[in-house]
Design a protein around this ligand. Structure first.
Ligand code: SF4
Ligand code: F3S
Length: 122
């Protein structure tokens, strides 16, 4: 007699997260904040990050960002992978943001600039 196969119980190590990447720097449109059901965005001076311990992997924020700064952890482009650890690190240092706010007045100009990592303010 063969033993019935059962799916393993969910493990916290299976959890994924979503990640805010370089494109957000100095744009900070905050459209993402309004749709997050668990308020896991954290606000720095010129960028937001996602707290990986709180993100429930719902995907809602991805489509909201006008500059496509948010990726599922597994889909983060190779040159943006340092932002996975950076989101985790900065989420511990920065406070929550739970409501959308006006973007910086020059956000649309910064949206055209790709390399901004050095401008990240902590
Ligand atoms: Fe919030 Fe969902 Fe985006 Fe995670 S994937 S940051 S839970 S909106
Ligand atoms: Fe940044 Fe896009 Fe949110 S620019 S603040 S990730 S909407």
């Amino acid at each position: 007699m063969t033993r019935a196969t059962m799916a393993p119980p969910p493990s916290p190590w299976d959890a994924m997260t979503y990640v805010v990447t370089e494109t957000c720097i100095k744009c900070k449109y905050t459209d993402c904040v309004d749709v997050c059901p668990v308020d896991c965005f954290r606000e720095g001076p010129n960028m937001l990050v996602i707290d990986p311990d709180e993100c429930i992997d719902c995907t809602l924020c991805v489509a909201e960002c006008p500059v496509e700064a948010i990726y599922a952890e597994d889909d983060v482009p190779p040159d943006q992978r340092p932002f996975i650890a950076l989101n985790a690190e900065l989420a511990k240092a920065w406070g929550p943001i739970v409501e959308r706010k006006p973007a910086p007045s020059d956000a649309d100009e910064w949206a055209k600039i790709k390399e901004k990592a050095k401008l990240l303010e902590r």
